[in-house]
Write a protein that binds this ligand. Structure first.
Ligand code: TRP
Length: 341
C-alpha cells in the first residue's frame, strides 16, 4: 500500500542486448522494490511501423508472438520478479485501446505533428507513407501510462518528449472534465552507462545497427563477439603503446572491470598489455556477470507454461487497475457506464 506507481514499456524487437540490459532493465529491476511497477511489452506500438526483414511491423507480423515470448524470457531472466512487479503484454489490456480512442479525441494534431520522434522514426525507418497509428504513437503511449495512473516513467532521454506529451494530455483531460482523474507523470531519468556498439565507441549498441551482444548468447558466442570488438588500430603488437579512449574493449572494461580500470589503462598505454589478452579478460568478466541470467533463462525456456502464467497474472492485475480508471473516465465524459467495469 502507498507505493507510487511506475510504468514502462518496450517494443518487442526480438532479442534484447547489453544496451537494453545496462540501459533499462537493470534500472527496472532496482525500481521494483521501491515502487508498484507495471512493465509491459508494447505489441501495438510494434505495429505503428511497416517492419520488414528481421523487424516486426504491420507488414511483417510473422515473428510477433515469438518476439513477445523472447522479451518476457529476457525480462524475467534479467531479474524482473513477478512477485514484485506486474509483467504483461500491452494488447491483453483492451481498456488501453479504449483510452487511446478517447484520448485521440482531445489530442491536438499540432502536438503530434511537432513531436520530434515522429520525424526521427520516418527518417530512421525510411517510411514513405506514415500511418495514422504512427502519428498517434505518443497518444497510445499516454494511454499506456495513464490507464494505470503511472506517476513515474523510467525511460531514456529519447522518450522525454513522449512523457511530456503524456503530462500535457493528463492536464488537458483533467481541466476539460473538471476532475483530477490523472496524475501528472514524471520522467525518471537515471544515469546509465553508455554502451557502445562493437564497431565504434562513437556508436550506440542497437538492434537495428547489428552491433550488439544479445544476452541470450552462450558463453562461447559472447567471447566471439568480444573478440570482434574494435580496438586501437595503431596498436599492432603487444608492446605498441595503445590509446584506450577510442577502444571499444576499454569502454566495456569501464562497465565490467571498473576497479581495475586505471591499471588496464596504464598497461595499455605503456605497451604492457596485448589486445588479445585484454579481450579475454573482458570476456571472462562479462561471462561471469551474464551467467546467472543465462542459467535462469535456460530454466525458464524449459517451462513455457510458467512464463504464460506470469503474463496472465500480470495482465489480470493490469486490467483491474485499468478498468477502475476507465470507469472514472467514462463517468466524467458522461458516457454510459459499462457493467463489466
Ligand atoms: N516508446 C517507448 C520506446 O520506444 C515504448 C513505450 C510504449 C513506453 N509505451 C510506453 C515506454 C509507456 C514507457 C511508458 O522505448
Amino acid at each position: 500500500m502507498g507505493k507510487k506507481r511506475v510504468t514502462s514499456g518496450m517494443r518487442p524487437t526480438g532479442c534484447l542486448h547489453l544496451g537494453n540490459l545496462l540501459g533499462a532493465l537493470t534500472n527496472w529491476v532496482r525500481l521494483q522494490d521501491e515502487y508498484d511497477c507495471f512493465y509491459f511489452i508494447v505489441d501495438w506500438h510494434a505495429l505503428t511501423t511497416p517492419g520488414g526483414g528481421a523487424a516486426v511491423g504491420y507488414e511483417n507480423v510473422g515473428e510477433l508472438q515469438n518476439f513477445i515470448r523472447e522479451m518476457a524470457l529476457d525480462w524475467i531472466s534479467a531479474g524482473l520478479d513477478p512477485d514484485k512487479c506486474s509483467i504483461f503484454v500491452q494488447s491483453s489490456v483492451p481498456e488501453v485501446a479504449e483510452l487511446h480512442l478517447l484520448f485521440s479525441m482531445i489530442t491536438p494534431l499540432g502536438w503530434l505533428e511537432r513531436n520530434p520522434t515522429y520525424r526521427d522514426m520516418i527518417l530512421g525507418y525510411k517510411i514513405e507513407s506514415p500511418s495514422y497509428g504512427l502519428l498517434g504513437y505518443p497518444t497510445l503511449q499516454a494511454a499506456d501510462i495513464l490507464a494505470y495512473k503511472g506517476e513515474f516513467v523510467p525511460v531514456g532521454r529519447d522518450q522525454e518528449a513522449h512523457v511530456n506529451m503524456t503530462r500535457d494530455l493528463a492536464q488537458r483531460f483533467n481541466s476539460l472534465y473538471g476532475k483530477q482523474v490523472f496524475p501528472i507523470t514524471e520522467t525518471l531519468l537515471t544515469e546509465v552507462p553508455k554502451v557502445p556498439g562493437l564497431e565504434s565507441v562513437e556508436k550506440k549498441m542497437s538492434k537495428s545497427a547489428g552491433n550488439y551482444i544479445a544476452f541470450s548468447l552462450s558463453e562461447e558466442e559472447t567471447t566471439e563477439k568480444v573478440k570482434s570488438m574494435f580496438t586501437d588500430p595503431v596498436k599492432i603488437r603487444k608492446d605498441d603503446p595503445g590509446h584506450p579512449d577510442g577502444c571499444v574493449v576499454f569502454a566495456f572494461h569501464d562497465i565490467y572491470n571498473r576497479p581495475e580500470l586505471e591499471n588496464i589503462r596504464g598497461e595499455c598505454e605503456k605497451g604492457k598489455r596485448g589486445c588479445v589478452a585484454c579481450k579475454m579478460q573482458l570476456a571472462g568478466s562479462m561471462n561471469r556477470a551474464l551467467e546467472p541470467i543465462r542459467n535462469k533463462r535456460k530454466k525458464l525456456e524449459e517451462k513455457p507454461e510458467m512464463v504464460e502464467e506470469i503474463l496472465r497474472a500480470g495482465s489480470e492485475r493490469a486490467r483491474n487497475a485499468a478498468r477502475e480508471t476507465l470507469r472514472e473516465v467514462r463517468e466524467v465524459m458522461n458516457l454510459p457506464p459499462r457493467k463489466d467495469y
